[in-house]
Unconditional design. Structure first.
Length: 187
């Protein structure tokens, strides 16, 4: 049985190391895991209840919700902006948390990983993302973590997919998430 994992990247920058990390995860996904990198977070407007009504939901938000609803689990990649989660990722979580009590994240396994320039690899942003996605209804995998520090220097001349340590750590994350998603889908 193949499981679908939706990957969301909290950086919109074309050369984002978190995006490169997500692209690497897609490539190393184990058999039976289909990781899809969501495109279009930049097009999703800020969440506003006034436009979240039948017939008025923006197309980009509908696309995000549909992709999330068809997913069995999630893999979030977040940089750290000023010590916290980027607005684009928080906004995606807000859209996916609605309708209240029946959002697309509901009970599905979620792992949060990432890389950042600082010495801790973005752990504050990852913790904030885990908190938000848990409140939004996702089943946060608290023991599945990966924080890669020093992204600007570490990946200055090396793509994450060419870093053996990153590949090993990311493979472990993806495998563990895949296992949790498979268990949840079988239940």
């Amino acid at each position: 049985m193949s499981v679908r994992i939706l990957a969301l990247v909290g950086s919109l920058r074309a050369g984002s190391h978190n995006r490169q990390l997500a692209e690497t995860a897609v490539k190393i996904a184990p058999a039976g895991a289909d990781i899809q990198l969501f495109e279009g977070l930049a097009d999703v407007p800020f969440y506003n209840e006034d436009i979240d009504v039948p017939g008025s939901v923006p197309a980009a938000a509908v696309k995000l919700r549909e992709a999330a609803e068809s997913a069995d689990g999630f893999l979030f990649f977040t940089p750290e902006y000023n010590g916290t989660i980027p607005a684009v990722l928080k906004n995606a979580i807000d859209w996916l948390s609605r309708p209240y009590g029946a959002g697309a994240l509901g009970g599905k396994p979620v792992a949060v990983v990432g890389t950042a320039y600082g010495q801790y690899g973005g752990v504050w942003a990852q913790d904030e993302a885990r908190k938000a996605v848990g409140i939004a209804g996702g089943k946060v995998l608290e023991d599945v973590k990966l924080s890669i520090p020093g992204s600007v220097t570490r990946f200055a001349e090396t793509h994450p997919s060419d870093d053996a340590e990153v590949i090993g750590d990311l493979t472990e994350v993806v495998s563990r998430l895949h296992g949790h998603v498979g268990e949840a889908a079988a239940a």
